[in-house]
Design a protein around this ligand. Structure first.
Ligand code: S3P
Length: 437
């Protein structure tokens, strides 16, 4: 079990290149792997979560070759993929999704529509996460998915078959559930429609269009008509704004910091973090905005000025759901009160992130009160270094490594291997930009 130690850091004055977007990397490997033809996926995130998807697509018949020349020290980022043209093969053994909810939920949508049975498993954290949110709609389409207990937890046994299209109103705002249904719809006769209560990340819709599949979007309704053959297209994955978030906060809280992040994904359904930080007083500029493979990307510039508290809640929550742990750290370092509400979904992430954030902030001396759907943080109390659990959750480990840069004394993060699930070079970057003399 590895740990890392953080002490008060120096002011950030850096350019930081962020590895590929996790959500987009998963989807790029799935769609390329099912496509007709060959293509190159570049900028892929070689983290454990995305590699679980890559291995799954190989087990399902895609030919995926790593281009070793693209390894910049944290894994291979460019792959040549020859798709199986929609003819997936039955996997020889259960597919291991590791810690990755995205792999499990999106693959379930694909596998539910295949003429074979399959099994999806994962680690202890994933095995405690609810899969009924995908089992119910895929069941309505005609698939049979068996899991453990009334939440249908993994491992999942998927009895695939020819499905029927549905119109499904999502009870929770989840891009993973939306995507599972749309991916099942690719193999299904007729029009499959998903109705979202609130806008969630739209990478699946954008990427399906980039791979030649018409997807319509009217208000809250997203539809595609199947069956569809995906056409192979080269695809470039931009940097992950959820990983950039750690550095955006580290720079924004400290007066005089100067940070540039080139080539980062700026999809409107993911940039809520910029809005929240701006509300807190951050100076963040966007430049060089372009669209590549259907995804907006550009550069971010942060000029550190210190932050004030804000209210976070309502429709912006799905847009910033993965950034709430680091925003809570920002709130503790800001002046004034921050309220986070409508975020009960955090309780069913890689760990219960409300409880984990509150426990770790309190251990560092912050004034924070837990609420059923969020927390209230009185910012501005000095933080003190402490020994903190990661709860096996990558975003908790990284958020509190950043907190440690602003605390008196030493902060020791325990059980930090989990960082590899989304940001394989986080620690080397932390050492380079904030800890080295
Ligand atoms: C993701 C969607 C979100 C997010 C997760 C990645 C995706 O989950 O928290 O890290 O790639 O679709 P939900 O769909 O459960 O909100």
């Amino acid at each position: 079990m590895s740990t890392f130690r953080v002490r008060r850091g120096r002011r950030i004055h850096s350019e930081i290149t962020i590895p590929g977007d996790k959500s987009i990397s998963h989807r790029s490997m799935m769609l390329a792997g099912m496509s007709q033809g060959s293509c190159v996926i570049s900028g892929f995130l070689p983290s454990e979560d995305c590699l679980a998807t890559l291995h799954a697509m190989r087990a399902l018949g895609a030919v995926i070759e790593a281009d070793a020349s693209s390894d910049e020290g944290f894994g291979v980022t460019r792959y040549n993929v020859r798709g199986c043209a929609g003819n997936l093969q039955a996997p020889q053994e259960p597919i291991d999704c590791g810690n990755s909810g995205t792999s499990m939920r999106l693959l379930s949508g694909i596998l539910a529509a295949q003429p074979f049975d399959s099994e999806l498993g994962g680690d202890a954290s994933l095995s405690a996460r609810p899969m009924n949110r995908i089992a119910i709609p895929l069941g309505e389409m005609g698939a049979r998915i068996e899991g453990v207990g009334d939440q249908c937890c993994p491992p999942l046994k998927i009895h695939g078959r020819s499905l029927e299209s549905i119109t499904y109103e999502l009870p929770v705002a989840s891009a993973q559930v939306k995507s599972a249904i749309l991916l099942a719809g690719l193999f299904t006769e007729g029009t499959t429609t998903v109705i979202q209560p609130v806008i969630t990340r739209d990478h699946t819709e954008r990427m399906l269009r980039a791979f030649g599949v018409p997807v319509t979007h009217e208000g809250t309704h997203i539809s595609l008509t199947g069956p569809q053959q995906i056409q192979a297209r080269d695809f470039h994955v931009p940097g992950d704004i959820s990983s950039a978030a750690f550095w955006l906060v580290a720079a924004a809280v400290q007066r005089g910091s100067q940070l540039t992040i080139p080539h980062i994904g700026l999809n409107p359904s993911r940039i809520g973090i910029l809005e929240v930080l701006r509300r807190m007083g951050a100076e963040i500029a966007i430049s060089g905005l372009v669209e590549e493979s259907g995804e907006p990307m550009g550069a971010l510039n942060v000029h550190g000025k210190g932050l004030q508290g804000t209210d976070i809640g309502g429709e912006e929550i799905p847009n910033i759901i993965d950034e709430i742990p680091i925003l809570a750290v920002a709130a503790a370092l800001a002046e004034g009160t921050t309220t986070i509400r409508d975020a009960a979904e955090l309780r069913v992430k890689e760990t219960d992130r409300i409880q984990a954030v509150v426990a770790n902030l309190q251990a560092m001396g912050a004034a924070v009160e837990e609420k059923p759907d969020g927390m209230v943080i009185q910012g501005g109390k000095p933080l003190t270094g402490a020994t903190l659990p990661s709860f096996g959750d990558h975003r908790i480990a990284m958020a509190f490594a950043i907190a440690g840069l602003f605390a008196d004394g030493e902060t020791v993060l325990e059980d930090t291997d989990c960082v590899r699930t989304s940001y394989p070079n986080f620690i080397t970057t932390l050492e380079r930009v904030a800890l080295s003399d």
